[in-house]
Design a protein. Sequence first.
Length: 155
Amino acid sequence: MSIFFKKKKSNYYDSIISDIKAVDFSSCTEKELMVLSQQLMSKISDGISEDDLIVEAFSIVSETMYRTLGYRPYGVQISAGLALHEGKLIEMKTGEGKTLSAVFPAYLNALCKKGVHILTYNDYLARRDAEWMGQVYRNLGLSVGFIQEGMSIEH
């Protein structure tokens, strides 16, 4: 995997990843996780920056991924999510978890009530990812849709 950022950021990411992995939401119910999400939205509405909520938000995503899909994200996937959140480009090889990585910044930006679109130019992958990751997004309180070539505007 290649993440396009300056080398000095690596220690910064490692520290945040450690903080994210240290948060344990395993004893929370689904309802409690939704309440935590709502509290994060309130904090953002109150002026707290999304950067100050990365650890909590990414930890909620990590727990939701585990509950929904049975996957605990690797540090490299969280690192990619952090880079994406910062507006950086990432390059990951097939199978390294681009699809999982995108959930982290998408969720954080959705908490800010910003429109979030994840693009892929392959109809098969668009459908697969909307169905597969859609489970995670819905469990985080978000909605999911996808566009396919040949769809009508009314669809």
